[in-house]
Design a protein around this ligand. Structure first.
Ligand SMILES: [Zn+2]
Ligand SMILES: [Zn+2]
Length: 276
């Protein structure tokens, strides 16, 4: 089993980053503290998934990222997941985890399978709250599958993830030469793919004047990249400004930007795990 498959170091880095951000930004501390419990659970689950996959297939790759879920590996961990959420989540989410824990395993399977099939593709009306439980639980599984899925070279800019077909939830600017190269971060399998900088990932607008960029004083390394044509925005973590940032985690701290964009009438194409 390789470290790519267990993902342990990656989850540790996310937890440390959440701790640091939480100490710096009190407005996001409640969310980030809760996120640490999610990431700790996900780390254990990912190691379990990797271990049982090694036993079954000698680590050979899966054909398609969204192939059917291996419920024999996943289901035994679902109750423990629900109780972690019940103990540490904000009240409304804790309540929904409790309600889910009272349902039959058939209902659990239905919820997990529906998410697995449609997430990031046909779920715009569902909302982050309703999706939270299957999304947080299956994220390590999607990331594990993504690590095994062979990547074809990307020959064109695509608006959805080339591995799983889901929409992006963030952008990432990575240092290159004197500036930054933009990537999109998948809302389902957490992989990145390259995407042109002056191009709206929602509607394809290319006119620079229609694509304003905003940065908040409190979080100088996070940009709101808006589009005045479709009124959607992409939130991009700028690693040229803060090389320690972990996009998946830093995005959770950007609550002031969510409020700001909302006031300006811009919508987010795909919310993050905690719906901000
Ligand atoms: Zn993906
Ligand atoms: Zn647009």
């Amino acid at each position: 089993m390789t470290t790519t498959q267990t993902g342990g170091a990656e989850y540790d880095a996310r937890i440390r980053r959440a701790e640091w951000l939480s100490s710096q930004h009190s407005f996001a501390a409640e969310f980030l503290d809760f996120y640490k419990y999610i990431a700790a659970f996900q780390k254990t689950l990912r190691a379990n998934i990797a271990a049982s996959s090694g036993v079954k297939s000698n680590g050979s790759s899966v054909a398609e990222l969204r192939d059917p879920l291996d419920l024999t590996v996943l289901l035994p961990h679902f109750r423990g997941f629900l109780s972690t959420i019940e103990q540490h989540a904000p009240a409304a989410l804790a309540k929904s985890a409790h309600q889910m824990s009272l349902l039959s395993s058939d209902s659990w399977i239905a919820s997990l399978e529906a998410y697995w099939q449609h997430a990031g593709k046909y779920d715009q009306q569902v909302g982050a709250f309703a999706q939270f439980l299957p999304r947080a639980f299956l994220q390590p599984y999607a990331e594990f599958r993504a690590a095994l899925t062979p990547r074809a070279p990307v020959v064109m800019t695509t608006r959805v993830c080339p591995l799983c077909g889901a929409r992006p939830h963030s952008g990432v600017l990575r240092p290159e030469g004197d500036g930054g190269k933009r990537f999109l971060l998948c809302s389902f399998c957490s992989q990145e793919w390259e995407f042109r900088r002056i191009l709206c990932p929602t509607c394809g607008e290319e006119a620079e004047g229609k694509l304003p960029v905003y940065v908040a004083e409190k979080l100088l390394h996070i940009r709101v990249e808006a589009c005045d044509t479709c009124q959607f925005y992409l939130r991009t973590v700028d690693l040229t400004k803060d090389g320690h940032a972990i996009p998946l985690v830093d995005d959770l701290a950007a609550i002031p930007l969510t409020l700001w964009a909302h006031e300006k009438g811009y919508l987010r194409l795909q919310p993050n795990l905690l719906g901000t």
